[in-house]
Design a binder for this molecule. Structure first.
Ligand code: FAD
Length: 325
């Protein structure tokens, strides 16, 4: 019996959200008196997978089938299910990401397992029950859910747990084959096209994000957002109305109907903080809000608030960040 952790990789590296998931899985395994094995998906190197030992993973299974480099729903589901059966995993832990959401529900059916998404802390496992805490209503409420049955699947919300790093510990990387055939790749995308992102930083994975709203007044002022983003090594984003009027491309729009971001730092410039916007940013670790209206709702969700005009504050903030270098 073990805990199986699904680790997402990209361009040879383990994604930050998966380092958190690996830590979660290892801590849960310790709580259950067992070990944590990982199954890697995406493009990884053996060296990057071995480093998962730092998060407490003992063994990593990796199928080098080249068609698994990009996400394919059927193939990923079969791969993970096969690993879960081989390892007799009673709990599968994955990220509450796009891949986690797509695969989690399929795995739940295939393995007849109880599924909890948006989980924000380690489960309570005393008294023979398995109770998880889930975020609901865009993080405004939480519910405790009892998972029944022999198998459980937990999708962990980003930034819910700090990834641990025990330097020098390594995991054993083991070749694995789920015997995937052409039929498993029938839903494979023909081509994966990455959107152009400012500074080459992918918004959903960005550690820092500088975001602008209607308070920026027009696309001609976006240089102020880009300057601060460049100084911080951040990605740029925007509110929905900004992309609706084509001030910015649609793939930069965050919120309920756009992209969900979970950076360490989210700086909102001239954004009111409507619930639909907050839905996409409220798992950010630190939120800084710049708004000239002290009553703007975003201040309630902010860790730091600057009441001021973006055209006055942004150049000063950028200059101050540059001075730190
Ligand atoms: P505004 O609401 O116009 O706010 C502009 C802010 O800038 C104000 O707070 C103002 O005080 C401030 N400001 C103005 N000038 C300055 C200045 N010079 N300096 C500093 N501050 C200034 N929105 C999203 O963002 N993402 C979504 O995914 C999304 N999905 C939606 C889905 C549905 C079904 C619906 C109904 C709405 C959705 N919306 C979404 C829209 C959302 O409700 C808000 O209308 C939107 O987020 C507001 O954008 P904003 O804050 O940029 O603009």
């Amino acid at each position: 019996m073990s805990v199986l952790v699904v680790v997402e990789c990209d361009k040879g590296e383990v994604k930050k959200s998966s380092l958190e998931v690996a830590t979660y899985g290892a801590q849960l395994a310790a709580q259950l008196g067992t070990s944590a094995t990982a199954i890697a998906v995406g493009e990884a190197t053996d060296a990057s997978l071995a480093k998962l030992g730092e998060q407490g993973i003992t063994k990593v299974l990796y199928d080098k089938e080249p068609r698994l480099k990009d996400f394919v729903n059927n193939a990923y589901t079969k791969l993970i299910a096969t690993a879960a059966q081989q390892e007799d995993a009673k709990v599968i832990v994955l990220a509450n990401s796009n891949i986690g959401a797509a695969v989690g529900s399929r795995l739940s059916i295939r393995l007849q397992a109880a599924l909890a998404t948006n989980v924000v802390e380690l489960p309570k496992t005393d008294g023979g029950q398995f109770t998880v805490k889930r975020g609901a209503f865009s993080g405004k409420a939480f519910s405790d859910v009892v998972l029944n049955g022999d198998r459980k699947i937990i999708a962990v919300k980003k930034n819910s747990i700090e990834a641990q790093h025990e330097a020098g510990k390594t995991a054993e990387v083991v070749a694995f084959s789920a015997q995937l055939g052409d039929a498993d790749f029938a839903d494979a995308p023909k081509q994966v096209v990455m959107q152009d992102q400012a500074g080459g930083i992918l918004l959903p994975e960005a550690e820092r994000v500088v975001s602008g709203g209607r308070g920026m007044k027009g696309p001609e002022n976006w240089g102020l957002i880009e300057d601060l983003a460049k100084a911080l090594g951040a990605a740029t984003a925007c509110s929905k109305p900004v992309s609706d009027v084509d001030w910015r491309p649609h793939h930069e729009h965050v919120g309920q109907t756009g992209i969900t971001v979970s950076p360490n730092l989210y700086i909102a410039c001239g954004i009111s903080g409507a619930i639909q916007h907050l839905a996409g940013v409220n798992s950010s670790k630190v939120i800084v809000v710049i708004n000239k209206d002290p009553e703007a709702p975003f201040f309630k969700a902010a860790d730091y608030g600057i009441v001021g005009d973006v055209f006055d504050v942004l150049p000063k903030l950028t200059a101050a960040v540059k001075e730190l270098d």
